[in-house]
Design a protein. Structure first.
Length: 77
């Protein structure tokens, strides 16, 4: 019979590392979005939420998905 404590420690380590990677990924995604918003000539928040511009929302969504894939690849290795 295997001891339970090393398994719990290993599982806890994996859980904590997952939380750290998730936090790092979210911070990088947020910073990437802010950089994208800063580089564009319009206020995307205003265009999406006040003017209901669907094209801008789709563009931002596609950018976020693409950036998330790149961050995933960088974190995953």
């Amino acid at each position: 019979m295997q001891p339970v404590l090393p398994t719990l420690v290993s599982d806890l380590r994996v859980f904590i590392l997952s939380l750290i990677y998730a936090a790092v990924g979210m911070v990088l995604l947020y910073l990437g979005y802010r950089l994208f918003d800063w580089l564009t000539p319009m206020d995307m928040q205003k265009k999406i939420f006040e003017e209901n511009n669907t094209a801008v929302a789709i563009t931002v969504g596609a950018f976020i998905i693409g950036l998330a894939i790149v961050i995933l690849g960088a974190i995953h290795g």
